[in-house]
Design a protein around this ligand. Structure first.
Ligand SMILES: [Zn+2]
Length: 149
């Protein structure tokens, strides 16, 4: 289970495993009042050459393992939400991808997935445009550029 937290990746990069994570107050699965530290997992993010270590916690009652992740990022996507939103907005406005350090196939992949998610989740009658769909899907707790439905 992912535990989204308000952190700066730069701080985690600088401090490594010494970074002071905020322990979840309760288990996100069963609401048990106490969770224990459960080591770290390496994760990759855009803009950082190596992996960054994300803190894990485990519930002693139900066994659920919670992995912390910055709330600026979607699950399984290395690029932050805001960068994706800006790139998609510029693509919509100009019809071209802006110059970026990201590989164009990845950006095209996001756009294809956003169209699919919009069609599937917001119906074919959605008229507000894809940038609005991106925001609406996030509000529905859906990763707008994810392939998985
Ligand atoms: Zn639990």
């Amino acid at each position: 289970m992912i535990c989204f937290v308000e952190v700066l990746l730069k701080d985690i990069f600088v401090q490594g495993k010494d970074f002071q994570w905020t322990r979840p107050a309760i288990c996100l699965n069963c609401n048990h009042f106490k969770v224990w530290g459960h080591g770290f997992v390496p994760r990759y993010f855009n803009g950082f050459a190596g992996c960054l270590y994300m803190k894990c916690y485990r519930c002693p009652l139900c066994g659920c393992v919670m992995t912390c992740r910055p709330d600026t990022h979607f699950t399984r996507i290395q690029c932050c939400k805001e960068t994706i939103r800006i790139l998609l907005t510029l693509r919509m406005e100009t019809g071209r991808w802006p110059p970026s350090s990201l590989p164009p196939p990845r950006m095209r992949h996001w756009l294809v997935n956003l169209k699919r998610q919009t069609l599937a989740q917001l119906t074919s009658t959605w008229k507000e445009g894809l940038v609005a769909a991106f925001i609406a899907l996030i509000a529905m707790r859906i990763v707008p550029v994810s392939r998985s439905m």
